[in-house]
Design a protein around this ligand. Structure first.
Ligand SMILES: NC(=O)c1ccc[n+]([C@@H]2O[C@H](COP(=O)([O-])OP(=O)(O)OC[C@H]3O[C@@H](n4cnc5c(N)ncnc54)[C@H](O)[C@@H]3O)[C@@H](O)[C@H]2O)c1
Length: 327
């Protein structure tokens, strides 16, 4: 198939581009390189530009007969979204609306959207399945939920086929060591712990040890980035076969606490990791764990690399590469 990957130079998008190319698809990447700098040129045609640009997007869609669009481009910092909501609604919502309208005008009918567990807000129950009410508690989560609602309207009005893939915590790196996580600033736990191990930062801070979990630290569900890419391929096949379910949680169904991540990272890296304790942060639920059974059953997808040692080994190899040749 002919696929447009928006945000394909970013962390998850770059793994997707490689996976699509290996599966024999023809890939075009649109990215403004604001936060993503992966060198994807051997796997895709790269277009440098902004998805908010109406002319550029329409020209691109007209120039290629895309069978589907995968949309990874967004701002992703929850804390920043609270202090600068306009930035998030503009990029995550309004720019996506521009893309969807352009797709409608040019007759592109399949869309796979990078959604997030953040749409569930403070969960009423865990593990979280897709029937759990959406109640995002920050502009980042709300911007994603707004897109999901617009997608439902476009499906009714314009027969758009779409899937919202609600990732829990993306983690790990390309098993070949070619791509990995490179957010600046980095706010995700695993790369921060590994930076503390490699010496790129002095310590990892644990926010709260009084949560109602096994060891008092917060619990999250980590899914390997290559398994996320596999799920997108499965969703593409599902849509092509006329599948009609629209939202899927992507996680493993197994939670790991912050302390467990630090202990496992210590075992993988065999380096000291300095830990600092701080009080709880506002808006951190104790536990966020997916019920992924709908995706497992419907997309016939199965995580292959998401066991914690594999995630950490791949992420650690990437971290060592970043230390040796900083971007
Ligand atoms: N990383 C996670 O754990 C996680 C969890 C849940 C959901 N998600 C979602 O997955 C998607 C990808 O996340 P990521 O971690 O790869 O982020 P990332 O920042 O590494 O990648 C985003 C890419 O989109 C590009 N981009 C941003 N705005 C753009 C615009 N207006 N026009 C063109 N390109 C633009 C960036 O330059 C970057 O290459 C995001 O939509 C995010 O909300 C990520």
């Amino acid at each position: 198939m002919n696929i447009l990957v928006v945000g394909g130079a970013g962390y998850i998008g770059s793994h997707m581009v490689k996976r699509l190319a290996h599966a024999g698809h023809r890939v075009v990447v649109l990215d403004n390189h604001l936060s993503g700098h992966a060198r994807i040129e051997r796997y895709a045609q790269s277009v440098d530009g902004d998805v908010a640009n109406p002319t550029l997007v329409r020209e691109l869609l007209r120039a290629h007969a895309f069978d589907a669009v995968m949309h990874f481009a967004s701002h992703i910092e929850v804390a920043e979204s609270v202090v600068d909501p306009g930035k998030y609604y503009a990029n995550n919502f309004a720019a996506t609306l521009n893309l969807l309208q352009a797709m409608h005008e040019t007759g592109v009918r399949r869309f796979i959207f990078s959604s997030t567990a953040a749409i569930y807000g403070n969960p009423q129950r865990t593990p979280i399945d897709e029937t759990h009410p959406a109640a995002p508690i920050n502009p980042y989560g709300r911007s994603k939920w707004m897109v999901e609602q617009v997608l439902a309207d476009f499906a009714s009005a314009h027969a758009l086929q779409y899937a919202c893939l609600r990732y829990f915590n993306a983690a790990g790196a390309d098993p070949d060591g070619e791509f990995g996580e490179c957010h600046e600033p980095e706010s995700h736990l695993i790369p921060l712990v590994l930076r503390a191990a490699s010496g790129r930062r002095d310590a990892i801070t644990v926010f709260g040890r009084d949560y109602p979990t096994r060891d008092g630290t917060c619990e999250r569900d980590y899914i390997h980035v290559s398994d996320l890419a596999d799920a997108h391929l499965a969703a593409l096949d599902y849509l092509a076969a006329g599948g009609e379910l629209r939202a899927f949680n992507l996680g493993t169904g197994i939670g790991h606490t912050v302390q467990e991540i630090i202990d496992s990272a210590h075992a993988v890296c065999a380096r000291p990791i300095q830990v600092r304790d701080a009080s709880r942060r506002a808006g951190d639920p104790a536990s966020l764990v997916a019920d992924p059974r709908l995706a497992l059953r419907t997309l016939q997808w199965k995580p292959r690399l998401s066991d914690l040692p594999t995630v950490l080994q791949h992420a650690w190899r990437w971290e060592l590469k970043c230390v040796q040749s900083p971007a």
